[in-house]
Design a protein around this ligand. Structure first.
Ligand code: COI
Length: 357
C-alpha cells in the first residue's frame, strides 16, 4: 500500500497540551490523520496521511442516517529508551473486520491497517506522551459515505485513523468505581450488534449511564436482554469476578464485545495457575457470593482504563460492597503486569508488544 504524506504546515500544527498530568481522555488530537477510501468495484484506494482537519461529508452520507459505523481503540506507549510500543494491534484490526462483517462493511487487510498505524505514529511520534500512565490513544474508524436514503449497505466508505495523547480514562485511576445494576435498559441482545464495536452500541448505552450518574454511580452493570439476570458487561468494559480462589467472566455468547484486554487477562490469570472460567454468572449467584464473603473482587477490563476495580454494586435497594471498597490484589497485580508489558518494562513472554521503529 502506498501512503501519500502531506505534512502539516507550522500554522496547521495543533497546540500540544502542556501538562501531561491532566490529559484526561479523548480531549486532544495530534497533527495528522490517516484516510483511505473504498468504492465497490475499486476496493480500497487513496491512502494518505494529511493534517488533522474536519471531514467533508454529503449530508445524505449513509452513516448519518442509518449508523453504519464501526471503530477500534488501541494505544501507543512510550517505552524504555523512547521506543514506541503497540499492544496486540493485530487483534484490534481482526476485530474490526468482524465488526465490518456484521455491519456489511468491507474488510481491511490487517497488514495494511497496521502499516497505516505505523506510518501515522512515525509522523506524529512527538505526540506520544512520556510519563507513566499516559499514552497515545489511536482511534481507527470506518463510516459509510455513499449519499442515499434507501436502507441498504453503502457502496462507499471512508476509513480514517486519528490519535491523541491521553491519561487515565477514569479521573480517579485505579480507585474503585461505584456501579448501578441496570434492569430497565439493555446494551445489546444476542443476535444484535453487541459483539461488534459499532458506535450504535455506545449510543444505546448513554441513557442508562446518564441516569446512573444522576443517582451518584459511575457506570452501570449490563444484564442480559432475556431475563435481566445474567451479567454481561460493565459500562464500556468486559467484567471479571474473583470468587473464592476462582476468576469468572461471562462467555462470548453473541452480545459481549471480545475485548483484547479481556483476552489478555484470561491468558495471564491461567498462566498464574488461577482457576479461570468463562461461564454464565447471574445476579442471584453474585448476591449469594457477596453475602457469604466469597465475592472478593470485581473489575472491568478495557483498552482505555486497562483494569477498573468495582467497589460497590447497587442492586434492588442493596449495596454489595466489594473488598471493602478498595482495589483487590488480583486487580492490582493484573494492572501492574499488563501495563508493565505495554510500556516494555516487563519481559513480553507472550510476544504481545509490537515496536514501531
Ligand atoms: C475501552 O475500554 O477501551 C472502551 O471501549 C472505551 C472507549 C469506547 C472509550
Amino acid at each position: 500500500m502506498d501512503i501519500a504524506i502531506t505534512l502539516a504546515t507550522p500554522e496547521q500544527r495543533r497546540q500540544k497540551p502542556g501538562d501531561e498530568s491532566s490529559l484526561g481522555f479523548g480531549k486532544f488530537f495530534s497533527d495528522h490523520m490517516f484516510l483511505m477510501r473504498y468504492r465497490e468495484g475499486t476496493g480500497w484506494h487513496d491512502a494518505r496521511i494529511v493534517p488533522y482537519r474536519p471531514l467533508s461529508l454529503d449530508p445524505a452520507a449513509m452513516v448519518l442516517h442509518y449508523g453504519q459505523e464501526i471503530f477500534e481503540g488501541l494505544k501507543g506507549y512510550r517505552g524504555a529508551g523512547g521506543t514506541v510500543c503497540l499492544f496486540r494491534p493485530e487483534k484490534n484490526f481482526e476485530r474490526m473486520n468482524l465488526s465490518a462483517r456484521r455491519l456489511c462493511m468491507p474488510q481491511i487487510p490487517v497488514k495494511e491497517a497496521l502499516a497505516a498505524v505505523t506510518a501515522l505514529l512515525r509522523v506524529d511520534r512527538g505526540w506520544i506522551p512520556g510519563s507513566r500512565g499516559t499514552s497515545l490513544y489511536i482511534r481507527p474508524t470506518m463510516i459509510a459515505t455513499e449519499p442515499g436514503l434507501g436502507v441498504r449497505p453503502s457502496a462507499e466508505y471512508l476509513f480514517f485513523i486519528i490519535t491523541g495523547p491521553v491519561g487515565s480514562y477514569y479521573a480517579r485511576g485505579l480507585e474503585p468505581v461505584r456501579i448501578l445494576v441496570e434492569e430497565t435498559y439493555v446494551r445489546a441482545a444476542k443476535g444484535g450488534l453487541g459483539e461488534a464495536k459499532a458506535g450504535a452500541n455506545y449510543a444505546a448505552s448513554l441513557l442508562a449511564a446518564k441516569n446512573a450518574k444522576e443517582s451518584g454511580y459511575d457506570q452501570v452493570l449490563w444484564l442480559s436482554a432475556d431475563g435481566r439476570e445474567e451479567v454481561e458487561e460493565v459500562g464500556t468494559m468486559n467484567i471479571f469476578f474473583v470468587i473464592g480462589d476462582g476468576i469468572v467472566t461471562p462467555p462470548l455468547s453473541g452480545s459481549i464485545l471480545p475485548g483484547v484486554t479481556r483476552d489478555s487477562v484470561l491468558t495471564i490469570t491461567r498462566d498464574w495457575g488461577m482457576n479461570v472460567s468463562e461461564r454464565r454468572i447471574g445476579m442471584q449467584e453474585l448476591r449469594r457470593a457477596a453475602a457469604d464473603g466469597a465475592l472478593r473482587e470485581v473489575f472491568g477490563t478495557g483498552t482505555a482504563a486497562v483494569i477498573s476495580p468495582v467497589g460497590a454494586l447497587r442492586y434492588r435497594g442493596d449495596e454489595l460492597v466489594v473488598n471493602g471498597g478498595a482495589p483487590g490484589d488480583v486487580s492490582r497485580k493484573l494492572f501492574a503486569e499488563i501495563s508493565g508489558i505495554q510500556y516494555g518494562e516487563i519481559f513480553d513472554r507472550y510476544g504481545w508488544v509490537h515496536r514501531v521503529e
